[in-house]
Design a protein around this ligand. Structure first.
Ligand code: ATP
Length: 366
């Protein structure tokens, strides 16, 4: 067991781009940290530097407090699982799973016990005598995971391990992996660009963009209190709606105003927002806090007018695109309303579910 620290790790490749910029992160013993971010954010680079497959340009990696930068990958006691499972083709699933323990001369009965336990947890007990070429993608990825878990490394590094699987299988493996981590936690750094996977798995989430950390926190903290507009729009599907406007103080109350809407800011947000009275800012609201009613219907929420321009049935909900005077908004509704495409509707915003951000692009949370 180990804790893993990245100390201001920077990685530049030839060219102007900095793949990782003073990346600082501590993964606690037995913690499952998920690195999430768009393509090119630097996620794989961080993992490869931890594994010793890539050297940092500056900064250092420590395990249990000791620098490991000088150690070769095989001397770091880390296990890595990639998007494409890397199995020894001449060994069975059992042989692959047992490989590193055999190399360490672990007693046979101990190896058998560990392999059987992990294989059962990952649902591959029946496949132990099969060779990799006879496995499906999902089975091969389970075998690769088993090989990583059986040896109980100091730290587990996973790079999009489920990305090549179809959606139901991905969800199943994700559940099994989370359950296996719950029973027997290893210090784990997991890379994905899939926000659902990130939210489902992480003890803590690290949101990366262009080599920099945008936010670190529990999944709930990051989802409910996004640090800036980038994080707010990256996590959540469909993404948060944004409306630019001005914050006004009138008779002791704060209002958010723009030409087509004037809404009261809920009192709990006053203390933090009062200092921005008179300033331009951006309001954020998630699609599930936006509902629609027909014109004239009574409603206590803040209302602006728009036209329904698209609706999409998603099985468990409807996604509705609404055109307002100053841009489109998305509403996520549990039931279809009576309105049809082209209708003028009232768009209702739940004023208890508002976020405010600085007006600059990707502005920070206020
Ligand atoms: P993805 O989700 O697409 O895998 P990522 O977040 O894992 O992206 P990285 O693979 O870490 O991103 O890449 C970060 C940046 O570093 C990218 O702009 C990439 O082009 C660049 N990069 C990565 N490896 C190399 C390399 N060997 N040579 C040059 N540039 C590289």
């Amino acid at each position: 067991m180990a804790h893993l620290d990245f100390d201001a790790v920077t990685k530049t490749f030839p060219g102007p781009l900095t793949a990782l910029d003073r990346f600082a992160l501590s993964v606690a013993d037995r913690e499952l940290v998920v690195l999430v971010g768009p393509s090119g954010a630097g996620k794989t680079t961080a993992l490869r530097i931890a594994a010793g497959l890539e050297r940092a340009t500056s900064g250092s990696i420590r395990m249990d407090g000791r620098p490991i930068d000088h150690l070769r990958p095989k001397d770091r006691d880390l296990a890595m699982v990639f998007q494409q499972p890397a199995l020894y083709p001449h060994l069975t699933v059992r042989g692959n799973a047992a490989f590193s323990l055999s190399m360490r001369r672990t007693p046979r009965d101990e190896i058998d016990r560990r392999v059987a336990k992990i294989a059962a947890a990952l649902g591959i007990a029946e496949l132990l005598d099969r060779y990799p070429e006879t496995l499906s993608g999902g089975q091969a990825q389970r075998a690769a995971l088993a090989r990583a878990l059986v040896r109980r490394p100091n730290c587990l590094l996973l790079d999009e391990p489920f990305a090549s699987l179809d959606a139901p299988l991905r969800a199943e493996l994700r559940r099994e992996f989370r359950a296996s981590h719950g029973r027997d936690p290893l210090t784990t750094l997991f890379v994905t660009h899939d926000q659902d996977e990130a939210l489902a798995l992480a003890d803590r989430l690290v949101v990366l963009r262009a080599g920099r950390i945008e936010q670190v926190g529990t999944t709930q903290q990051v989802y409910e209190l996004p640090a800036n507009r980038f994080v707010a729009s990256f996590l959540g599907s469909p993404p948060m709606n944004f409306l630019a406007g001005k914050l006004m103080l009138q008779e002791g109350r704060l209002w958010f105003e723009r030409p087509d809407i004037r809404l009261k800011v809920a009192p709990p947000m006053h203390a933090s927002l009062l200092q921005y009275a008179g300033r331009e800012l951006v309001l954020g609201i998630r699609p599930d806090a936006v509902t629609i009613t027909e014109p004239g219907a009574a409603n206590d929420d803040a209302i602006l007018e728009g036209t329904l321009i698209e609706q999409e049935f998603q099985g468990d909900r409807w996604l509705v695109r609404l055109r307002t005077k100053s841009g489109d908004m998305i509403s996520s509704l549990l039931r279809a309303g009576r309105s049809s495409i082209g209708d003028t509707v009232q768009i209702c915003l739940d004023t208890h579910q508002l976020h405010f951000f600085a007006a600059q692009e990707q502005g920070r949370r206020l």
